[in-house]
Structures are given as structure tokens and as C-alpha cells.
Ligand binder design. Structure first.
Ligand SMILES: [Zn+2]
Length: 86
């Protein structure tokens, strides 16, 4: 895992805490976004893996460990793209 010293200051937010605070981060691959060589990735704070450990869950049937993401990210994904904030 490559660790970056600074979090990108574009629209990306950490999927765990929902902020783009300028702290060390890594690129978390996003499921179903690529082929065998390359895929999309989300900048994620390294310290959020430790600090938000209480949000991690184990799915025994699927054989995966996952983390519940910040409300902000879920709301953005579900937002109507034609509707502007006021
Ligand atoms: Zn974070």
C-alpha cells in the first residue's frame, strides 16, 4: 500500500469519515470499477482505519471485512444529480 502525505484537495472525501482533511492517505480500490490492471480508487485517511475501527463489520457469508461509510458520502451518491443545493 502506497501512503501519500497529503489528501487531495479536490471533491474527494474519505469514505470513512466523510472529510478531506489534509492527513496521510492511501487509495482504496472501488469494487466493480475496473479490469485486472486498473480501477477507480477513493483517497482514504490511513488513521481512519484505526480511529473508526468500531464501524468495521465482518460478513462471514461473503468472506469480507467492510466498514460503514460516512453519511455524507451515501447522501451524495443518492442525491438527484439535477437538483442543486440551496
Ligand atoms: Zn477519514
Amino acid at each position: 500500500m502506497r501512503l501519500f502525505d497529503h489528501f487531495p484537495q479536490d471533491k474527494a472525501v474519505c469514505p470513512i469519515c466523510g472529510t478531506n482533511d489534509d492527513k496521510p492517505c492511501f487509495l482504496m480500490p472501488i469494487d466493480e470499477t475496473g479490469d485486472d490492471r486498473i480501477c477507480e480508487a477513493q483517497p482514504t485517511h490511513a488513521e481512519c482505519l484505526r480511529d473508526h475501527a468500531d464501524q468495521f463489520r465482518l460478513n462471514r457469508d461473503a468472506g469480507i471485512v467492510y466498514v460503514l461509510v460516512a453519511n455524507q458520502l451515501r447522501e451524495e451518491k443518492n442525491a438527484d444529480p439535477d437538483q442543486k443545493e440551496e
